[in-house]
Ligand binder design. Sequence first.
Ligand code: GDP
Ligand code: CA
Length: 318
Amino acid sequence: MRIVVLAGGIGGARFLRGLKAAAPDADITVIGNTGDDIHLFGLKVCPDLDTVMYTLGGGINEEQGWGRTDETFQVKDELKAYGVGPDWFGLGDRDFATHIVRTQMLGAGYPLSAVTEALCERWQPGVRLLPMTDDRVETHVAVDLDGERRAVHFQEYWVRLRASVDALAVVPVGAEQSKPAPGVLEALAEADVVLFPPSNPVVSIGTILAVPGIREAIAEAGVPVVGLSPIVGGAPVRGMADKMLSAIGVETAAAAVAEHYGSGLLDGWLVDSADSGAVAEVEAAGIRCRAVPLMMTDLDATAAMAREALALAEEVRA
Ligand code: GDP
Ligand code: CA
């Protein structure tokens, strides 16, 4: 079975680990969000691609959910001693090596998709990891800072400002001019099922869908598209999805996220058992819905979620 998964960082990566356990023989292609990418110290950093790669490759800091295990921060301290910033973004020494290799290859003319493939040679994530695009797309968030409206990079909003102010708008800058990376449309055309893990619906999956051609390719694939709600009991399990949803005028509720994707895109939607009251509303919107446990507490629980998603896909296919 060929499964295509649209993924952000932590939520996407953890779900993928469960999916691999639930479907060990499946051929899995991941279309990763690159809207979070940022240039720091002259280096290209791709937080979501790296989180997927490290998580599936066994190099992730488990407690944190991002960055490398057994990390040290000597380079960061040295940069700080020179007064070179920004100091709000945590880059560890081991992690730096990834960004150096990536930047060197990009500088030599390789597209991000080829660079990602090369990095995965080392990590062997057990999935085919594709960036959504080789073009530069950067998610910016409009905020009101001291009475002045400003657009900041998503990382600045999330990491430096800690999402402490409201997001007034979210813009994937460059998305309109971007093209899907090589392999993305082909993977969707050959897919048997498409899954949306519990990833951020605005700044992860929303950004991937903003690349012209991807949304259309999913719809045209004519295969079941099933998503898992990142919103449980009216709140994100972690992160700032509520702030992002408010910015685009969507209520922070499992049913509202399904309706935001819409029945034109989504065939099935899993909500957490705590949200069983939302099932009827989602089904009324023309999307098949089930309430099951959706907390990725450990690998078994996450694999069970993946099995439920695949079962719902078969149900809508029938
Ligand atoms: P990011 O790039 O690291 O923000 O990761 P993602 O885009 O993949 O999304 C994180 C989303 O996953 C957030 O909206 C969380 O609410 C959601 N999430 C994290 N852990 C869980 C979980 O155990 N269960 C569910 N249902 N959602 C989760
Ligand atoms: Ca992210």
